[in-house]
Design a protein around this ligand. Structure first.
Ligand code: SF4
Ligand code: FES
Length: 371
């Protein structure tokens, strides 16, 4: 018998039409648009708790709020409040606004402020800096000021097992680590205890997390609350060189990223997709015990999302395709540099010329401001 395809729902997201299967969430519809056209990546709502490989995730942080300007083709009324796009399913004819709606952008600023109420601003010493979802979220959607004056929640750091350290002060209670433990182990040993502002991630009666896949909670944590004890304070992520590698492992897929400092493997993590989600969870043996290049078959440099600091200075100039508009601009604005001037070595003259140049620049900028 011929299989009948499900009727697709057509939705409009930030003015772009896309067809998706019934049951798809607004977030997934937006990701579908961006996957078909990479120049649209910025329209995808940010996610701090939703994580596609973890089916129960989402609906906790409100980072992904969007405006449904038309509920469906049948019921064209807008939804009265902003809705979390990661758990709201599309309807046929739905019209959604994200980057095109000011109320959404304003609400998002509030969510950043809310998440930062208790989160410490310790990026300069945090291992997650450079690959922290909250850092990116605050940079892209937050405001530069805080109105919070009260005391923040603070916790002692806790070792929760041989490999993982919990820095609860940084936790944003997204539940990703809890769902990961549910998914990759038969017996979860940690969870969110207590309610409201007393909520915290903890192991049951100070137990340790020591199952074979416990390291994956480090990869899913959007902030630096769960850190790899074998990697802590070893390197800033943008100074490391990530390489794809695999091995023949009987517990997991063995597909990993090796993070190098010089010739030394300082960290092993699972591979992630465009949205920062783990492709396949890896075992603790691969993550913590195979730290020699000879343990692995190297596949080549990891392709990192270009907007990440991890990719800084890691692309050879002959591999980077300059955008057309930049080439055109360079061609029309190209000027020969006048290098016939005398080479000045005398310190006083250099100082004098530098003061003069600064004055000229200040004068030009004043003129621009007044015009
Ligand atoms: S420890 Fe990390 S992954 Fe777990 S709830 Fe807190 S922020 Fe989320
Ligand atoms: S990502 Fe949707 S509520 Fe957190």
């Amino acid at each position: 018998m011929e299989e009948t395809k499900p009727q697709l729902f057509k939705i409009t997201f930030d003015g772009i039409e896309v067809e998706v299967e019934p049951g798809t969430t607004i977030m997934q519809a937006a990701r579908k648009i961006a996957e078909a056209d990479q120049s649209q990546t910025s329209i995808v709502p940010p996610a701090m708790c939703y994580y596609k490989p973890l089916p129960a995730s989402g609906g906790k942080c409100r980072a992904c709020l969007v405006k449904v300007a038309q509920g469906s083709a049948k019921d064209t009324r807008p939804m009265p409040k902003l809705v979390p796009s990661c758990i709201t399913q599309v309807q046929d004819g739905m019209v959604v606004e994200n980057t095109t709606n000011e109320a959404v952008l304003e609400a998002r600023k509030g969510i950043v402020e809310f998440l930062l109420i208790n989160h410490p601003l310790d990026c300069p010493v945090c291992d997650q800096a450079g690959e922290c979802n909250l850092q990116d979220f605050a940079f892209e959607h937050g405001s530069a000021h805080t109105r919070y004056e009260e005391e923040r929640r603070t916790f002692e750091k806790k070792d929760i097992g041989p490999y993982v350290q919990l820095h609860m002060t940084r936790c944003i209670l997204c539940y990703r680590c809890v769902y990961t433990a549910d998914q990759v182990t038969n017996k979860r040993e940690h969870g969110v205890m207590n309610r409201g502002d007393a909520s915290e991630i903890s192991t049951y009666i100070e137990k340790s997390i020591d199952n074979d896949f416990s390291g994956n909670i480090i990869d899913v944590c959007p902030v630096g609350a769960l850190t790899d004890k074998t990697y802590r304070f070893k390197n800033r992520v943008w100074f490391s060189k990530p390489e794809d590698a695999h091995c023949d492992c009987d517990k997991c897929s063995g597909k990993v990223i090796l993070w190098y400092r010089g010739d030394e493997v300082i960290r092993v993590t699972a591979r992630k997709n465009t949205w920062g989600e783990v492709n396949e969870f890896i075992c603790n043996t691969c993550r913590f015990e195979r730290k020699k290049t000879s343990d692995w078959v190297l596949e080549g440099p990891t392709k990192v999302k270009r907007s990440s600091v991890i990719s800084a200075n890691k692309y050879r100039s002959d591999l980077v395709k300059k955008p057309d508009f930049a080439l055109k601009l360079a061609a029309t604005q190209f000027k020969n540099i006048d290098d016939t001037r005398e080479y000045v070595t005398d310190k006083d003259t250099i100082r004098h010329q530098s003061i003069e140049n600064n004055d000229k620049a200040n004068h030009r900028s004043l003129l621009n401001q007044n015009n």
